[in-house]
Design a binder for this molecule. Structure first.
Ligand SMILES: Cc1cc2nc3c(=O)[nH]c(=O)nc-3n(C[C@H](O)[C@H](O)[C@H](O)COP(=O)(O)OP(=O)(O)OC[C@H]3O[C@@H](n4cnc5c(N)ncnc54)[C@H](O)[C@@H]3O)c2cc1C
Length: 505
C-alpha cells in the first residue's frame, strides 16, 4: 500500500523492515495473546512477552510504522514538559514517584533492547531541556526544579543553552536519549518475526467480544480468538466498554525536518507556553537535520491548519539562516483529562482485555513503561509503579478543567451538523473541500485540480460527529475524537474502524 503521508523517518528507515505478506489468512486463528496495533507500544510489549512461552499474534490495520510512531519527534525522556510540580500537587508524592519510576524503567528498557540486539537506530544520549521563552515563565521553571528535588530527579538550572532564539532560563535533565523511531521499530519488527511472533498487516480490528476464558476479535478478514488481548491501537476503538471516547481527546502538532547552515546543537529542547517549539537535531552517518515541532491544538478545532505550518515556518526562518525544509508532516496523540496515561486492564469487569493509551506526546518512554506494566499484568507479577496508570481510576478533580473544554468541542461536533451555512457545488474551487447542500442533503465535496469531484457523507463513522475539511492536508477530520479520512472516505487515522460513505452524484 502506498501512503500519501510520509515523514522523514519513513524515508530514512526504508529497507530495514523485512517484507511481509498482507494476504495471509487470519480467520479463526487462535493465540494465547493477540496485540492490536503495530506501533511502538504493540511491538515493545510483544518483544517483552515473546520469550514467556506464549503463542503471540499482532494485527495491524495498515502497516507497522504508519501510526503516530512514524511521525513523532522521538525524544526519549522523563522530562514531559513542565509536569512534576503539578503532578505532586494534583496527585501525591508517592504517585508522582510511580509515574517517574515507570518512565525511568521504560527508558532503561529501550537502552537495553538497543544494546542487546545491536540495533542501528542513531540512538544518542542527550540532555533534555524545558526552557522559558519569556521572563514570566522562569518562576515556573524554579517550581519544577523544586519538584525534581522532591522526586530525586538529577536536574539543573541554566541560562546558557545553544539555541538561536532568545531563552530566559532552562532546566535540564542529563542522560536522556533520542533515536530514529522507525529504524528502531522496524528492527523490533524483524526480531519479532524471527522469534515466531505472527504479524498480520492490513488487518483492521472492528469489534472486541470478551468471553469468560477468551476474547473474540472481529476483523475485516474474519474472527480471531485469543486468551488475552492487548489493545495497542493508539486510540481504543471499541466503544462498548470503558467509555474511552468520553475519557480521551486527541491533540495535533506539526513537524518540520530541515537542513540548517548553523552547526547542529546538542540537547533536546521544548519551551513552556504556546506557541510551543520543540527542537533537536537528528544525527546520522549521512547528515544532521533539525527536527522542529509545534503548532499544538486540539484535533479538528483549527479552522485553517495551514496557519500551524506557517507559524512553525516563521519561527524556523526567523531563528535559522536560510534553512532548507526536507520534509514536513503532522500527527496527533491521545490525551487523558488528568494527564496520566491509561495502562492496564481495559475495565475492571473484564479479566482478559488490556490497553495502553493517552501518552500525551510523551509516548517513547510511556510505551516502554506500558510494555513492562502489561507484561507484569499478564504474568500476574506485582510491581510498585503501575498504580497511578490504572485505567479504572476516577479523578474528577484533576480532570475537570480539560473535561469541560472537551464537552464543548464534542457538542460543537454534533451542533455543526444542524447549524452550518451550506455552500453550493459552484462554490467549491479546485483544491477545496466544502459541505454543500445538494437537494436538501448535506454532502462533503472535494474538487481536485483536474476538476474532478469526490463526494462523501460528512459524518464520522465512529460516533456520528460532523466532519470538517482540512485544507492543509486535504482530509476530512472529526473534531470529537480525531478520526481522519481521505477525500474518498478511506480511514487515515482512528478511532473510526469503518470508512465514511461515498455519495454518487
Ligand atoms: C507531534 C508529536 C510529537 C511527538 N514527539 C514525541 C517525543 O518527542 N517523545 C515522545 O516520547 N513521544 C512523542 N510523541 C508521542 C508518541 O509519538 C506517541 O505517543 C507514540 O508514538 C504512540 O505509539 P503507539 O504505538 O501507542 O501508537 P501508534 O504508533 O499510532 O500505533 C498504533 C497502531 O495501531 C494501528 N491500529 C489502529 N486502529 C487499529 C485497529 N482497529 N485494528 C488494528 N490496528 C489498528 C495503527 O494503524 C497504528 O499502526 C509525539 C506525538 C506527536 C503527536
Amino acid at each position: 500500500m502506498e501512503y500519501p503521508r510520509r515523514s522523514y523517518w519513513h524515508d530514512s528507515a526504508e529497507g530495514i523492515k523485512k517484507a511481509f505478506g498482507d494476504s495471509i489468512e487470519v480467520k479463526d486463528k487462535k493465540f494465547d495473546i493477540l496485540l492490536i496495533g503495530g506501533g511502538i507500544t504493540g511491538l515493545t510489549t510483544a518483544y517483552l512477552l515473546k520469550d514467556c512461552g506464549f503463542n503471540i499474534g499482532i494485527i495491524e490495520a495498515t502497516n507497522a510504522g504508519y501510526g503516530v510512531t512514524g511521525y513523532t519527534t522521538a525524544k526519549i525522556t522523563i522530562q514531559h514538559d513542565l509536569f512534576y510540580d503539578n503532578l505532586i500537587n494534583n496527585f501525591s508524592l508517592a504517585e508522582a514517584k510511580q509515574y517517574l519510576k515507570a518512565n525511568e524503567e521504560g527508558i532503561q528498557l529501550i537502552r537495553n533492547i538497543i544494546k542487546e540486539n545491536k540495533i542501528q537506530c542513531d540512538y544518542k544520549e542527550q540532555t533534555a531541556y524545558v526552557y522559558a521563552a519569556s521572563m514570566d515563565e522562569v518562576d515556573d521553571l524554579q517550581k519544577e526544579l523544586k519538584a525534581y528535588e522532591k522526586l530525586g530527579i538529577d536536574g539543573f538550572y541554566t541560562e546558557t543553552v545553544p539555541l538561536p532564539n532568545k531563552v530566559y532560563g532552562a532546566i535540564g535533565v542529563r542522560n536522556q536519549g533520542q533515536f530514529n523511531p522507525l529504524k528502531y521499530l522496524y528492527s523490533l519488527y524483524n526480531i519479532l518475526i524471527n522469534s515466531n511472533v505472527k504479524i498480520y498487516e492490513n488487518v483492521r480490528a472492528l469489534d472486541i467480544n470478551p468471553h469468560d476464558d477468551h476474547v473474540d476479535v472481529e476483523t475485516e478478514k474474519g474472527t480471531i480468538h485469543a486468551h488475552k488481548v492487548i489493545v495497542a491501537s493508539h486510540y481504543p476503538f471499541d466503544n462498548s466498554f470503558g467509555l474511552y471516547f468520553l475519557r480521551l481527546y486527541q491533540e495535533k502538532a506539526y513537524v518540520i525536518a530541515a537542513r540548517t547552515k548553523e552547526e547542529p546543537f546538542e540537547g533536546m529542547y521544548i519551551n513552556v507556553k504556546d506557541p510551543i517549539h520543540s527542537m533537536r537535531y537528528q544525527f546520522s552517518d549521512k547528515e544532521s537535520l533539525l527536527i522542529l515541532a509545534g503548532g499544538n491544538h486540539r484535533s479538528g478545532e483549527k479552522d485553517d491548519e495551514n496557519e500551524s505550518y506557517e507559524e512553525l515556518e516563521r519561527f524556523l526562518f526567523s531563528s535559522f539562516k536560510n534553512p532548507e525544509i526536507v520534509s514536513k508532516w503532522s500527527t496527533q496523540d491521545c490525551m487523558t483529562y488528568d494527564k496520566i496515561p491509561y495502562i492496564g486492564r481495559y475495565t475492571d469487569s473484564i479479566d482478559n482485555l488490556y490497553l495502553a493509551t493517552g501518552f500525551k506526546k510523551w509516548g517513547m518512554s510511556h510505551s516502554a513503561a506500558a510494555a513492562l506494566i502489561l507484561k507484569n499484568k499478564i504474568l500476574n507479577i506485582e510491581d510498585d509503579y503501575s498504580g497511578i496508570f490504572n485505567p479504572s481510576r476516577f479523578t474528577p478533580f484533576q480532570s475537570s478543567k480539560e473535561f469541560a473544554s472537551s464537552v464543548k468541542s464534542i457538542a460543537m461536533g454534533f451542533l455543526n451538523r444542524l447549524a452550518e451555512d451550506l455552500e453550493e457545488f459552484s462554490d467549491v474551487n479546485p483544491g477545496e473541500g466544502k459541505i454543500i447542500d445538494y437537494y436538501g442533503k448535506k454532502v462533503g465535496v472535494y474538487k481536485n485540480e483536474a476538476g474532478e469531484y469526490y463526494c462523501i457523507n460528512p459524518v464520522c463513522s465512529h460516533l456520528k460527529c460532523a466532519l470538517s475539511f482540512n485544507e492543509a492536508e486535504k482530509t476530512w477530520d472529526c473534531p470529537c475524537h480525531g478520526s481522519r479520512f481521505d477525500i474518498k472516505g478511506n480511514i487515515l487515522e482512528g478511532p473510526a474502524v469503518r470508512p465514511i460513505d461515498k455519495i454518487k452524484i
